[in-house]
Design a protein around this ligand. Structure first.
Ligand code: HPA
Length: 274
């Protein structure tokens, strides 16, 4: 790792360790409208991103901007209540910095959540989807630039980016709970504009299932670091042009809030088994 990055990561870790002695091995990133899931964390220690050196300012709607360390389903966890996005004007290296901090803090498993629009007519707002793979259509890659050798190789394999054993565990958990779980491929789009109907038709032809403005960069960096990755989408709307109506950020947050309780149950079930 470059000395400069190492120094920054160590400063961020010192600030976190200065606030709590909890040693999480699992991290959770809460997407748009899913922030209230953090209320389930017991013995919480909440740290605003502004209190952690080198963390960015969170500007997206529905993203609180704090780390919460505590216990979720009895397991020590680190939770990002709000993430950073490429469309906020940060580089993909910058938005994935917390993933590097997690890796050096001893996190082994990362669960990413997000809100997304559905490309498939058979999926509905409120559905939860297991991400089995992704297409990075952001036009950027967070690993561009000098390789951070201490984290991982120059050309990391992405053929099993979403960890097969976690996919299996999540499917089994949903089945045991009698909960419907969709599956599909997530297309990462830069935003902040929503897509055009022509883009959505293109993405449908590519065999992707949902579209969103996060997740892909974090998953790439997490795999580079050797973390196990599970990602779950909350479908909040039908993608542009599928229905004859515009998409709003408000409906996204509202639909994600509506799915919050099912999301919480599924996550608790999964985390218990990890
Ligand atoms: N497009 C992109 N990102 C999204 C959407 C969408 O339709 N819904 C929620 N996040």
């Amino acid at each position: 790792m470059s000395d400069e990055l190492m120094e920054k990561v160590n400063e961020s870790i010192a600030a976190i360790r200065g606030k709590t002695s909890i040693k999480p091995e699992l991290a959770l990133v809460l997407g748009s409208g899913l922030g209230p899931l953090a209320d389930q964390i017991t013995e919480p220690c909440s740290i605003a991103y502004t209190e952690i050196p080198h963390f960015l300012k969170s500007t997206a709607p529905g993203h609180e901007g704090r780390l919460i360390l505590g216990y979720f389903a009895g397991k020590p966890v680190l939770c990002m209540q709000g993430r950073f996005h490429y469309y906020e004007g940060y580089s993909q290296k910058e938005i994935t910095y917390p993933i590097r901090v997690m890796a050096k803090l001893g996190i082994r498993t990362l669960i990413l959540t997000n809100a997304c629009g559905s490309l498939k007519r058979e999926f509905c707002p409120g559905d939860i989807m297991l991400i089995t793979d992704h297409v990075n259509f952001t036009g950027m890659n967070p690993l561009i630039g000098q390789n951070e050798d201490e984290f991982g190789p120059r050309f990391p394999d992405m053929s099993r980016i979403y960890t097969p054993e976690l996919l299996k565990l999540c499917r089994e958990t949903a089945e045991d709970m009698d909960m419907d779980l969709r599956e599909g491929v997530y297309l990462g789009y830069s935003g902040p504009s929503f897509e055009t109907p022509a883009e959505i038709r293109l993405f449908q032809n590519w065999g992707t299932s949902v579209v969103g403005m996060s997740t892909v960069a974090e998953a790439i960096v997490a795999r580079h670091c050797g973390l196990k990755v599970l990602a779950l989408s909350c479908i909040t709307n039908m993608a542009a042009g599928i229905l004859d109506q515009p998409i709003t950020a408000e409906e996204v947050v509202e639909a994600a809030n509506g799915a919050g309780e099912r999301f919480r149950r599924l996550l608790a079930g999964v985390i218990k088994r990890i």
